[in-house]
Ligand binder design. Structure first.
Ligand code: KIV
Length: 259
């Protein structure tokens, strides 16, 4: 299958330089991200980070398509990946139908599937029909219960390495490694020829991804793998305090703000 230029570029970055990846759910944020990211993911984390849902499993395909349409309006150079939500790729037929709908409506470049350790054929069938796929292993919230770091012992390590190799063989162009022990992440990265994108999986990965709301301090969710680069909540709090004061003291609007 002929790879699109954007997918080729991502694959080619392995061992050249680290890949920079973030999630986005809207046009204004994506506009800034597009300047710095190799990959922008419309993640199912929109469920918890944006809608305040209890689990990513609650988000609907159509809701995510609307977010992807918004994000796409700003994306020029980054590779836009759509995260297939829970129960939208349970078999080949369902996966193809939904992925084609996603492509037609949002014009993304690829989709991401979480691995349940069994769905390699579904991934393969999408790739065969021309849809680029990113894999996702380790802590996969759609299939796992309570949060737990993964790949902590030799048995788990071997299982994850095999899973990554099967995903590569099925045709994925990259794999997210979520909350995987650093030694295991390193061994997986060395075992596959496609880029590994880590979240909570150490600098041994070929690239890094974070949920943008965590990075900018808007989500209130700061596990140890997140680096909060700015506390936007605090900055906005200050701004809104000033706005409230100005309105109450009739300092806003001024004549210059008036017709
Ligand atoms: O939905 C998401 O944001 C993700 C990342 C954690 C990779 O899948």
């Amino acid at each position: 299958m002929k790879l699109s230029y954007k997918i080729f570029k991502v694959k080619n970055l392995k061992s050249k330089r680290k890949l920079v990846c973030l999630t986005a759910y809207s046009k204004p944020i994506a506009k800034i991200l597009d300047r710095y990211c190799d990959i922008i993911l419309v993640g199912d984390s929109v469920a918890t980070a944006f809608y305040g849902m209890k689990s990513t499993k609650e988000i609907k395909l159509d809701t995510m398509i609307e977010h992807s349409i918004s994000v796409k309006k700003s994306v020029r150079k980054s590779t836009l990946v759509f995260d297939m939500p829970y129960n939208t790729y349970r078999n080949t037929k369902e996966a193809k139908k939904n992925a084609i709908k996603v492509f037609k409506k949002s014009h993304c470049d690829a989709v991401k599937l979480e691995s349940n350790g069994k769905n390699f054929n579904i991934l393969k069938s999408l790739v065969k029909s021309g849809i680029p796929v990113m894999g996702h292993i380790g802590y996969t919230p759609q299939y796992k219960g309570k949060f737990k770091p993964q790949g902590l012992n030799k048995k788990q390590q071997k299982k994850l390495i095999n899973e990554a190799i099967k995903i590569e063989k099925a045709g994925a162009f990259s794999i997210v490694l979520e909350c995987i022990n650093s030694d295991t992440a390193k061994k997986i990265t060395e075992s596959v020829n496609i880029p590994t994108i880590g979240i909570g999986s150490s600098s041994a990965c070929d690239g890094q991804i974070l949920v943008v709301d965590d990075l900018i301090g808007l989500s209130g969710f700061y596990p140890k793998f997140v680096k909060k680069y700015v506390n936007l909540e605090k900055i906005l709090d200050n701004v809104l305090k000033r706005f409230r004061r100005d309105v109450i003291r009739s300092k806003f609007p001024l004549r210059s703000n008036t017709y």
